[in-house]
Design a protein around this ligand. Structure first.
Ligand SMILES: Cc1ncc(COP(=O)(O)O)c(C=O)c1O
Length: 371
């Protein structure tokens, strides 16, 4: 055990005072405005976020899971349709597909990135397939071209789960701008987060955006008119005001995450700890998470815990091993790589408030680990 201060996966209490102050001001201004749901702060944040993502528009919703469900429904995807995605993701990705009425189909991963493997993807194709939902896992956007080509060859929608990839870029374009639409989560621990729940759909297609804004508000087109059955999934003014403030800090926080990741890549040297593939371009990864692999993961996490270092696992149970979806359709060749990965992956602290000394402590602790 250790007397050293704990190093946590997230620590909002360490955020800069000027950010804290700006958030207090933002909350005050919402209280004074008398507008609490879907008001001017939401509209203003939607514009800012669309601009940041380089897309035509954004529709704020209650959380990231709803963003996926509403996005799928806005594309007309529902009962009788299949959507291919990954078993190594937050359960919400798959639950959103189920809630849209469509059937999720799981393809295996490439273990060097933990993202969808295109060969497995093609084995999952059926006449019912309507979309591929690509998760930019851990904050990394891989070259989307092979997925876009696959989707256009098979007449499928390409949808991005951007919940972990705020600001990740490929060839100067940001996550959420490559397919029909992108779904963001603003859960507090995300790279851009609220002080509660929040989410957003981004798209370049005006009609889709319009449909999403109807669906998020009971399917209401004008007051008391409900031509479609929607949800109650509205972003509130306080979360939007907080998001606008925190957006001013996003690039700086992302830079800090990248600096920490560069140190981990350069300085972690332990034959028992395997790194994932280094991103091919620095801007393609926003390091929502920094994940390593170890065949003796539980020993490694205990070793780190004994040195005051918290770790998490993303994700310990692949989706198809969850009881509620155990019959879920999948690659006929199985999902062995996702299963092995789930047994070995370990997420290290990488939040932007980590000090250089704390990063050194994490590196030293990993390098001193012996089987
Ligand atoms: C990849 C991914 N998709 C979807 C979600 C769902 O977002 P939320 O928790 O805001 O519903 C999350 C959040 O955990 C996520 O990490």
């Amino acid at each position: 055990m250790t007397d050293l201060k704990p190093i946590l996966m997230n620590d909002f209490t360490k955020e800069p005072e000027s950010l804290v102050e700006a958030q207090f001001e933002a909350i005050k201004s919402v209280l004074k405005s008398g507008y609490y749901i879907l008001g001017p702060k939401v509209q203003s944040f939607e514009k800012q976020w669309a601009t940041y993502c380089g897309v035509r528009g954004a529709v704020g919703v209650a959380n990231g899971m709803d963003a996926i469900e509403i996005g799928l429904r806005s594309l007309g995807i529902g009962p009788g349709d299949e959507v291919i995605t990954t078993p190594l993701t937050a359960f919400a990705t798959v639950l959103a597909i189920v809630r849209s009425g469509a059937q999720p189909v799981l393809a295996d991963i490439d273990p060097s990135t933990a993202q969808l493997d295109i060969e497995s993807l093609s084995r999952c194709l059926s006449p019912k397939t309507k979309a591929v939902l690509l998760v930019h896992l851990y904050g990394q956007i891989l070259d989307p071209a092979p997925f876009q080509q696959f989707c256009s060859a098979h007449n499928l929608f390409f949808i991005e789960d951007c919940a972990q990839a705020h600001g990740a870029e490929h060839n100067g374009l940001r996550a959420g701008s490559f397919g029909a639409l992108g779904a963001y989560s603003f859960y507090p621990t995300k790279n851009l987060g609220c002080i509660g729940d929040g989410g957003c759909i981004v798209s370049n297609h005006a009609e889709l955006l319009e449909h999403c804004s109807v669906l998020r508000n009971y399917g209401q087109t004008e007051r008391y008119h409900h031509p479609v059955l929607g949800l109650n999934s509205r972003l509130d003014e306080m979360q939007a005001a907080i998001l606008s403030v925190r957006l001013n800090w996003l690039d700086q926080f992302t830079d800090r995450r990248r600096t920490i990741a560069a140190r981990y890549f350069n300085e972690i040297e332990n034959p028992d700890v395997e790194m994932l593939r280094k991103p091919s371009h620095p801007k393609s990864h926003v390091f929502h998470l920094f994940v390593v692999k170890a065949s003796n993961r539980s020993d490694l996490s205990i070793h780190l815990k004994n040195r005051g270092i918290q770790t998490h696992i993303h994700y310990p149970i692949p989706v198809h091993h969850q009881h509620s979806v155990k019959e879920i359709k999948r690659d006929p060749k199985g999902l062995n790589r996702a299963e092995l990965f789930a047994n070995q992956c370990l997420s290290l602290p990488i939040h932007p408030q980590l000090t250089d000394d704390e990063v050194t402590r994490v590196i030293d602790a990993i390098n001193s680990f012996q089987r």
